[in-house]
Design a protein around this ligand. Structure first.
Ligand code: NAD
Length: 440
């Protein structure tokens, strides 16, 4: 089979594979996306984005119409592709172990269609050793091919812009594979490539990034708790602390919020922990980051209680408008959203909730709450508390005067907006109360 140097297969056209595939098509590659989910195949082939990611809908529509992007369930479509990207899911199992079933199944099922000289990139997040020990023996058995691990490091909500800006890390099973993949991604995405000496190093790089983020947010969260007790603004402390030069950069403490959710940060630290256990290490940083961050929804609800129930009022007499259930700003992704435990904790106390999220589909919303989704207007009318739990642009645009008019004297709970001091002063002038995580 002769290979087409400009043709790429993306196996796993999910939340992030769909963005990788669409951007590659937009950059001029012919992309065949392969997904076992027929709804995704049908949606994309009809020019529709299956995921609510800024810019993705227009990019899919344009590239499907131009004939550069097509989806199928048929794995034989990889046969003439010079490059094959694997981006299937790698969740945690019920036992808390990395579940590599999708990777194993994808690698085994493409074997009949593997051609000599093809280049494979694993982009799913995996425990170090997976590319060399699990995938490589399956593929190399069939033909002489190239294989590297190249982690996907973009964030949902900004994935399209980040894909063509964030440096790409590449580590192959051998030097020729590293070269081949590095040359391809440099040409396809036109970004800086960071080569590492093995697939294992590239795999651990991805986990290092996500553990750093999770642990850093846990640090911010604990500073927020202290700031509450000290009656100071945690953001002021973080901004001041971050002015310190350290090593080649600065101290860079992130921001506390209502919680850390999503598909990656809730599992990747556990991948690190399990890897440690397999080598006889009981690594503590993943345990700390996950434990602290898992406690943030309950901590946030305790902050709401403190304001609303301070005059002996009962939770069942209070109405809370919940703005946002997605785990991330400007996305419709609710996987492992921290808003779910917030809603559960509020309901357990007896609060009356009105919930809205203009980014989340009806099916997605059902995985978070049984309560019906309402409009923004309904969620800010007649409330004792308007809780901003996602920073969607529609919520950023809300006028405080309108909230004060529809819910006089209400508490504005800031779970993620990081409102400026000017805006907080404006709320207070409008007789609204303000509470953030570690501020106000
Ligand atoms: N979502 C993110 O922001 C993000 C960022 C960086 C890295 N990652 C990593 O990327 C990977 C994918 O994440 P995601 O959020 O896109 O997951 P996802 O579950 O949304 O997508 C995975 C897709 O693969 C498909 N699939 C599974 N097995 C298949 C098979 N054998 N053949 C064809 N299709 C198959 C599924 O139907 C699904 O559509 C994970 O390893 C994740 O950790 C995700």
């Amino acid at each position: 089979m002769s290979l087409n140097e400009n043709k790429v297969a993306v196996i796993g056209f999910g939340n992030i594979g769909s963005v990788v595939g669409a951007v590659l098509a937009d950059k001029g590659q012919t992309v065949v996306g392969i997904d076992r989910d027929q709804r995704i195949v049908d949606a994309v082939n009809n020019g529709l984005s299956p995921f609510n990611e800024p810019g993705l809908q227009a990019m899919i529509q344009k590239n499907v119409a131009a004939g550069r992007l097509k989806l199928t369930q048929d794995l034989s479509a990889i046969e003439d592709c010079a490059y094959v990207i694997i981006m299937v899911g790698t969740p945690l199992s019920d036992e808390g172990e990395p579940d590599l079933a999708q990777i194993t199944a994808a690698a085994k099922s493409i074997v009949p269609y593997v051609s000599k000289g093809q280049t494979f990139l694993i982009k799913s997040t995996v425990p170090p050793g997976t590319t060399e020990k699990l995938v490589w023996p399956i593929l190399k058995e069939k033909a002489e091919v190239f294989l590297a691990f190249s982690p996907e490091r973009v964030s949902e909500g900004r994935a399209i812009e980040e894909l063509v800006a964030v440096p790409i890390v590449v580590g192959g099973v051998d030097a020729a594979s590293t070269d081949r993949v590095a040359t391809f991604v440099e040409r396809a995405f036109q970004v800086r490539v960071v080569r590492v000496q093995s697939a294992r190093a590239a795999e651990l790089t991805k986990l290092a990034d996500n553990l750093w983020i999770d642990l850093n947010i846990a640090l911010a969260a604990e500073l927020a708790k202290l700031s509450e007790s000290l009656d100071i603004d945690v953001l002021e402390v973080i901004e001041a602390a971050n002015s310190l030069p350290k090593g080649m950069h600065h101290v860079n403490i992130l921001t506390p919020s209502v919680g850390v959710g999503g598909y990656c940060l809730t599992k990747d630290p556990w991948f690190v922990h399990r890897m440690g256990v397999s080598f006889g290490w009981d690594l503590q940083t993943p345990v700390v980051s996950r434990t602290v961050n898992d406690g943030l929804p309950e901590f946030s609800v305790s902050l709401i209680d403190r304001v609303l129930l301070s005059n002996g009022k009962k939770a069942s007499d209070c109405k809370v408008g919940v703005l946002g259930i997605a785990f991330k700003t400007n996305t419709g992704d609710v996987r492992f959203t921290p808003v779910k435990p917030v809603i559960d904790a509020l309901q357990k106390r007896g609060y009356n909730l009105t919930i809205c999220d203009p980014w989340v589909s009806a099916d997605g919303a059902k995985t978070v709450t049984e309560l019906p989704m309402k409009s923004i207007e309904e969620a800010i009318t007649g409330m004792d508390c308007v809780a901003f739990l996602t920073g969607h642009k529609e919520f950023q645009e809300l006028s405080m005067a309108r909230i004060a008019e529809l819910s006089p004297g209400a508490l504005v709970f800031d779970g993620r907006m990081f409102f400026s001091r000017e805006k907080i002063a404006q709320m207070k002038a409008l007789n609204l109360k303000y509470k953030g995580v570690g501020r106000g």
